[in-house]
Structures are given as C-alpha cells and as structure tokens.
Design a protein around this ligand. Sequence first.
Ligand code: DAH
Length: 340
Amino acid sequence: MLDQSIQELESRSLARIASAATLEELEAVRVDALGRKGPLAQAGKEMGKLPPEDRARIGKLLNSARQNLEQALESKKRGLDSGSLNARLDAEWLDVTLPAPGPRRGHLHPITRIQRELEDLFASLGFATLDGPEVETEYYNFDALNIPADHPARDMQDTFWLDGGNLLRTHTSPVQVRGMERLGPPLRMIAPGRVFRNESVDASHEHTFYQLEGMMIDRDVSVAHLLYFMKTLLAAIFHREVTVRLRPGYFPFVEPGFELDIQCLICGGSGCPVCKQSGWVELLPCGLVNPNVLRMSGIDPAEWNGFAFGLGLTRLVMMRYAIDDIRHLQGGDLRFLEQF
Ligand code: DAH
C-alpha cells in the first residue's frame, strides 16, 4: 500500500517538475514533495512503525524517490536558469554595427538669430559690425557721450560699478566712441551686444539684456536719412507694416533726439505687461549725433555730422516672437528655447 503511494507521489511530482514554467513554480513543487512537512519526510518518520520485514524495502523506495526528484529538480532548474538568461540576452540585444545616434543638436538662441539677421542687413547697407568691451571705463560709457559726472542722465541708468572705477556698460553707445576714434569719418557701424543695469527684474526688465547700436557719420546727414534707415530696419525685422510713432526724446549724445515707438505686437495696442498697458513699446531711441560727441572723438562737426540709434534687441525679439516675459530669454529653460 505504502509502496504504491510513494511511487504515485514520485511520478506526480516528476510530472509537475516537467511542466513547471518558472523557478517559482519549481520551488513550489520542491516544497510540496521534499519539504520537511511533505509526504516523503512524513513517511520517513513513520518507518519505525513498520514491520521489520518492510523497512528496508520502503527505505530504499523513499531514498530513490527523493534522489530522482532532487535530480529532476536540479536539471529542470538549470534549464529554467538558462531560459531566463536567454530571455535577458534577447531583451538586451543590440546591433553594435549600427551607426551611433550622435549628440543632440541645439540651435541658435532667438536673440542670436535676430542679431545675425540685422548684421547681415546692415552689412548690405555698408555698415561694419564692431565689438566693444562689456567692462567699460566711465569715460566711454558716460563722459565721451556728453554725460558729465553731475548730469542727471547718469541716474537714468542704474550702473553696476566695479572696484577700481570701471563699470559694466549700461548701453552699447560707448562703441560709437570707440568706432569714431578707431575708424574716423565717414563711418557706418553697428555694435550689437550685452548691456547691464542695476534694476529690479520683472516681466519687462532684466539686469542683463541686448542692444544694437548704430551710427552713421557723413556729410550732410539729416533726420530724413535717419528715418529712412529706421524704416528699412523695421520692415526687415517684422516682415510687415508696423505702426510707429516718433516722440521727442532726450539723450545727451544726440540733438535732436527721438523715441521711436512701435505699436505693441503682443497685444496689438490694447495693453499688456510688455507694453506696461500703454499699447506702445519703446524700441528705437535715436537722433542726430551731438556735435560735442563728435568733437570729443576728434571729428570736426563743421565738416561731419551723423545719426545714431540704440535698438533694444531683447525687446525686439520679444515683439517678434510674442514673448510676454523677458525673464524667459535668459532663464535657460530648454522647454522655452526648443520652441524656436
Ligand atoms: N544708449 C541709450 C540707452 O541705452 C539708447 C540710445 C539713444 C542710443 C539714442 C543712441 C541714441 O544711439 O541715439 O538708453
């Protein structure tokens, strides 16, 4: 009777082992058949109660059943192990002969793009692109532009002063002076670059922003020349008619001076944070170069005159792309930059 149930258990367990699909299933079979509370262990404990003539036979039977099952478990386990290894190799397969994907490509910042567009435009009009230092002297940033020390215009621009009396340039206008000194008249130049102001940051103010300065010195330059170039400039930037207005504006380095405003392209003139609810954006201060400025740079105002302008490049980019907060531009957030 016992012989039969041992054999049955053995063959049932062997069948389960054969059909086990995972290591977990296999382990369950092992616990059921060979575990300390399993039927084989139980039968082993009860050997002592058997009549002596049966003991040896049953003992042998139990041992061989245990051995067979252990062997079957072991070889099945090896099979499953290598099966899961194969599955892993399949999942991790890769073709090392494929070309590498290469680095992720970036693109030019919108300010750089517009700056280069304008450099090309002005190059086609005969203007050289000049560069100047961001750390400037007081002379180039103020004095040479007809802004003396006690002049209220110095308060208009909150300056970052550096140790030793130098400063971070508050505008690109000092490059006018450097251009006049180096190249002399006649002169057509632009100077794009970063400028710095010590002011609190909000949707339309940054401590660091971009301007594009322009200057033309020649004989008999008039406001008509100035307007011609400004209109050409705006048409090239916006690829459409923009509404402009010209107001008198005061800058010590030009006389007469103007503020050229454009109607806000973000809100169409109805008022928004960028135009401070006014519907207009100051974009292009300009004027005819003050004779004092020419004289200080060694140019004779009796023979030469000219116009100058200081385009707010950052603000222009905001208008062009309808960006309603200046802080996005230098925030470094790729989710913003990837839209361009
Ligand atoms: N430099 C002035 C500023 O940043 C802007 C400016 C005004 C530049 C008039 C000019 C100009 O060249 O003619 O506020």
